[in-house]
Design a protein. Sequence first.
Length: 307
Amino acid sequence: MQSPGSGGTRGRGGRRGCWTGPVVVVERVQGLAERQRQEVAALERRVVAADGGRLKLEHDVLASRPGDRVLDLLVHEGGALVGFLGLYPFGRASVELAGMVDPGHRRRGVATALLDAATPLVREWPRVLLVVPGGSAAGHALARRRGGVPHHAEHALVLDGPPAEGPADPALALRPAGPADAAVVARLLAAAFDEGAPDEAALAAQLASPAERTLLVEHRGAPVGTLRLTSYEGTGGVYGFAVDPGRQGRGIGRDALRRACALLRAEGARRVALEVAVGNDRALGLYTSLGFRPVAREDYYALPVPA
């Protein structure tokens, strides 16, 4: 198989190069055009209709891709999109890979070609995680063939109405986080998720983006938690939800999440989605008590980092 080309030309879909295998041609795209995002959404609908569950594609992220680096890989056949793989960086610490193959084009090497094309793109991250739908036997088999080792799993949950009512603490407030809050946000995330502190410089750059919606949760003016909001076509998302372990068990998380859901709904979200690690029964109990329901499980495999 040939290596990915380093050059590219500009077309209607943005700058791209082509990686060519014996059968499958993988397009390496720098920033998805609207037409391409519509193709990805249409492919997702076909896959979900055939397989059930959901796919972790984060369309709000796809809509705000930078145009100066390859983060999306596409495979077309007969003018239709039949394969997609997206790279989702988390600062400089890790990158997640999530994708799909059209049900009518499986067992033709499309998934393998997409992962092969991604290999030279992920070398800059020390940890590479492949996201596999929990019920996908083929996806699990592919991850193992690629040398993947189970890393962790998450429940995907959704809220289709207002959250359960409850008391609001007048001493609690949510405010937007900016670049100057990077150290505080990093500390809260590290304490809550036990994964090491995010790179503060990368986090500060992220918080400086006009599209970024990370909030700080403050109690009597002191930062006690953080969360990030997303919104795309009627679905809101809550990610990176962390409460200082020393402040947990006092209703802060419940109050903050209820307010975040109310904010998203006020902005037009008909559904709110979030994820929680399998085994974190305390958080799962909190979310379900507010009205969230599990809809899928996602398994994460740590792939070998290419040299």
